[in-house]
Design a protein. Structure first.
Length: 89
Protein backbone atom coordinates (compact mmCIF):
# COMPACT_ATOMS: atom_id res chain seq x y z
CA UNK A 1 0.00 0.00 0.00
CA UNK A 2 1.31 3.40 -0.98
CA UNK A 3 1.69 6.15 1.55
CA UNK A 4 -1.41 8.29 1.87
CA UNK A 5 0.65 11.43 1.32
CA UNK A 6 1.77 10.17 -2.13
CA UNK A 7 -1.79 9.45 -3.17
CA UNK A 8 -2.97 12.86 -1.95
CA UNK A 9 -0.10 14.56 -3.79
CA UNK A 10 -1.20 12.88 -7.02
CA UNK A 11 -4.77 14.10 -6.42
CA UNK A 12 -3.49 17.67 -5.96
CA UNK A 13 -1.48 17.39 -9.17
CA UNK A 14 -4.53 16.12 -11.06
CA UNK A 15 -6.58 19.06 -9.77
CA UNK A 16 -3.87 21.51 -10.89
CA UNK A 17 -3.73 19.93 -14.34
CA UNK A 18 -7.52 20.21 -14.68
CA UNK A 19 -7.47 23.82 -13.49
CA UNK A 20 -4.91 24.97 -16.05
CA UNK A 21 -5.87 22.67 -18.97
CA UNK A 22 -7.80 25.28 -20.96
CA UNK A 23 -5.20 27.99 -20.38
CA UNK A 24 -2.35 25.63 -21.38
CA UNK A 25 -4.17 24.65 -24.58
CA UNK A 26 -4.73 28.32 -25.44
CA UNK A 27 -1.09 29.26 -24.81
CA UNK A 28 0.17 26.27 -26.82
CA UNK A 29 -2.11 27.17 -29.74
CA UNK A 30 -0.68 30.71 -29.73
CA UNK A 31 2.87 29.41 -29.38
CA UNK A 32 3.41 31.49 -26.24
CA UNK A 33 6.07 29.36 -24.58
CA UNK A 34 7.10 32.09 -22.19
CA UNK A 35 3.54 32.19 -20.85
CA UNK A 36 3.61 28.41 -20.52
CA UNK A 37 6.81 28.59 -18.52
CA UNK A 38 5.16 30.96 -16.04
CA UNK A 39 2.48 28.40 -15.14
CA UNK A 40 3.06 26.10 -12.16
CA UNK A 41 5.19 23.01 -12.84
CA UNK A 42 2.39 20.69 -11.77
CA UNK A 43 0.06 22.17 -14.41
CA UNK A 44 1.71 19.91 -16.99
CA UNK A 45 -0.08 16.58 -17.51
CA UNK A 46 3.29 14.87 -18.00
CA UNK A 47 3.92 15.17 -14.28
CA UNK A 48 0.96 12.94 -13.41
CA UNK A 49 1.73 9.31 -12.71
CA UNK A 50 -0.63 6.40 -13.13
CA UNK A 51 -1.50 4.69 -9.86
CA UNK A 52 -3.41 1.55 -8.91
CA UNK A 53 -6.98 2.26 -7.80
CA UNK A 54 -6.77 -0.38 -5.04
CA UNK A 55 -3.31 -0.04 -3.54
CA UNK A 56 -1.96 3.24 -4.93
CA UNK A 57 1.08 1.39 -6.30
CA UNK A 58 2.88 3.17 -9.14
CA UNK A 59 4.95 0.38 -10.64
CA UNK A 60 3.56 -2.61 -12.50
CA UNK A 61 0.46 -0.67 -13.56
CA UNK A 62 -1.97 -2.34 -16.00
CA UNK A 63 -3.76 0.54 -17.72
CA UNK A 64 -6.71 -1.43 -19.10
CA UNK A 65 -7.83 -2.34 -15.59
CA UNK A 66 -6.30 0.61 -13.70
CA UNK A 67 -4.69 -1.84 -11.28
CA UNK A 68 -1.19 -2.87 -10.33
CA UNK A 69 -0.05 -6.35 -11.27
CA UNK A 70 -0.37 -7.54 -7.68
CA UNK A 71 -3.91 -6.27 -7.16
CA UNK A 72 -4.89 -7.56 -10.61
CA UNK A 73 -3.64 -11.06 -9.85
CA UNK A 74 -5.39 -11.14 -6.49
CA UNK A 75 -8.74 -9.94 -7.87
CA UNK A 76 -8.53 -12.20 -10.93
CA UNK A 77 -7.76 -15.25 -8.79
CA UNK A 78 -10.83 -14.52 -6.68
CA UNK A 79 -12.97 -14.18 -9.83
CA UNK A 80 -13.79 -10.52 -9.21
CA UNK A 81 -12.73 -9.30 -12.68
CA UNK A 82 -15.26 -10.41 -15.31
CA UNK A 83 -13.88 -12.05 -18.43
CA UNK A 84 -10.46 -12.82 -16.97
CA UNK A 85 -9.52 -16.47 -16.63
CA UNK A 86 -6.32 -18.16 -15.56
CA UNK A 87 -4.31 -19.32 -18.52
CA UNK A 88 -2.99 -22.85 -18.92
CA UNK A 89 -1.37 -24.63 -21.86
Amino acid sequence: MAKTSWIEKEKRKAATVAKYAALRAELKAKGDYIGLSLLPKDASPVRLSRRCQVSGRKRGYIGRFKLSRIAFRELASNGLIPGVTKSSW
